[in-house]
Write a protein that binds this ligand. Structure first.
Ligand code: C2E
Ligand code: MG
Ligand code: MG
Length: 391
């Protein structure tokens, strides 16, 4: 592939442009290179780097005024599943590379068949996702949240699902990251906001009181210059008051470009929109930053709630989050409550609001209505525990 020293350095330069500073690019000899990616989050992310490398090597090389084209094949072995030492990883990436060569020019293969499958699955979903909005395949589910003060419905969280024509209902964790990568999250996100607003109107028209609808924002949406104006436009168009809307963002969205984050959050806050930090406790946001932002609510990640009954550290972390939030005049939602024991502890810890399968799974809009008609059931669950705590 690369017969002379000069040609090799051109290939090497392109390879280096595809990886991060902490990664390693080495020439194994002949036309073989080894690339070590130290910082990928998920195994499947190696596919993104591999595709980037294939794309860059497909471009012509200009040598002595002539254009040359090369083909390349990539084999991927992932630590530790495909080998826990360098020798095994190299051997297995070699096996995968020969597999890639057999498949024709310019492709990559994982050593593990399961990863090849999930990569192709993602590719197929990504293609279908482009048409999903136009084909009206998305649907919003709503999961209720309850208040520990009056035992009443505090609001609902809107959660998107994709009714794929040939698959079972696709959950958001299967397609939100794809929508982020492709930029489709912007129109999909607008659809979510508009659909939630229309639903608020429909509930109000039928006499149902849903005090607030929480909408999840992904990082790309939050960084979009037009976010604030798009939300204003949708509120105006649907006539929904901003007090009915909460936006859920995650800690990781707060850490990049602080001035910009403060500006966006301040605009939303001035509009009267409620801001919640979702999955709180899992990111790395500096606590001292928190008070700089106009944040109303922290939602404790459900991984802490899951083991709160048996794990002393989770118990302590939840207590600390609630105490800190209250001292910063924020309210706290616990998500992922599945048992009475968990709810009992959270009520004693003075958590403000509660969400989880113990009360209700996410349901379609009519499910919320049904639920509001017989809300006594859930309200009773809270009342019973409250009275147990008092006695
Ligand atoms: P999230 O915002 O943290 O939503 C809570 C997730 O936990 C939901 O999963 C919900 O169904 C699940 N959950 C709630 N209570 C329980 C419980 O008691 N036990 C267990 N095991 N799970 C519970 P879902 O609907 O699959 O959503 C996953 C994530 O996808 C959401 O996490 C959110 O980050 C994202 N997402 C959902 N809808 C949207 C959307 O419209 N836009 C964006 N950007 N992201 C969305
Ligand atoms: Mg959420
Ligand atoms: Mg969450």
């Amino acid at each position: 592939m690369c017969p002379s020293k000069g040609d090799n350095s051109k290939v090497t330069k392109r390879l280096l442009d595809c990886v991060r500073a902490e990664d390693t690019v080495a020439r194994q000899g002949g036309d073989e290179f080894i690339i070590v990616l130290n910082s990928i989050g998920k195994s499947i992310d190696a596919a993104k780097v591999a595709q980037k490398i294939l794309d860059t090597l497909e471009l012509p090389f200009c040598i002595n005024g002539n254009e040359f084209f090369i083909g390349s094949s990539i084999g991927i072995a992932v630590f530790p599943n495909d080998g826990s030492d360098a020798e095994t990883l190299l051997k297995n990436s070699d096996v995968a590379m020969y597999h890639a060569k057999e498949n024709g020019r310019s492709n990559f293969q994982f050593y593990t068949e399961g990863l090849n499958k999930s990569f192709h699955e993602r590719q197929a979903l990504s293609l279908d996702l482009r048409y999903a909005l136009a084909r009206d395949e998305f649907v919003l589910y709503y999961q209720p949240l309850f208040s520990g003060v009056d035992n009443q419905l505090y609001g609902v969280e809107a959660l998107i699902r994709w009714q794929h024509p040939e698959r079972d209902m696709v959950a958001p964790d299967k397609f939100i990251s794809l929508a982020e990568e492709t930029g489709l999250i912007i129109p999909i996100g607008e659809w979510v906001i508009e659909t939630a607003c229309k639903q608020i109107n429909a509930w109000q028209a039928q006499g149902y009181c849903v005090p607030r609808v929480a909408i999840n924002l992904s990082a790309r949406q939050f960084q979009d210059n037009k976010l604030v104006s798009n939300i204003s436009r949708i509120l105006k168009k649907t006539g929904v008051e901003s007090k009915y809307i909460a936006l859920e963002i995650t800690e990781s969205m707060l850490v990049d470009n602080i001035e910009r984050v403060i500006e966006t959050l301040s605009h939303l806050n001035e509009m009267g929109i409620h801001i919640s930090i979702d999955d709180f406790g899992t990111g790395y946001s500096s606590l001292s930053y928190l008070k700089q932002f106009p944040i109303n609510t922290l939602k404790i990640d459900r991984s802490f709630v899951r083991d709160i009954v048996v794990d002393k550290s989770d118990y302590a972390i939840v207590s600390a989050i609630i105490a800190m939030a209250h001292s910063l005049e924020m309210e706290v939602v616990a998500e992922g409550i599945e048992t009475e024991e968990q709810l009992n502890i959270l009520l004693r810890q003075k958590c403000n609001y509660f969400q989880g399968y113990y009360f209700s799974k996410p349901v379609i809009a009519s499910g919320v209505e049904r639920f509001l008609r017989k809300k006594a059931q859930c309200v009773n669950k809270l009342k019973v525990i409250h009275s147990k705590i008092r006695s």
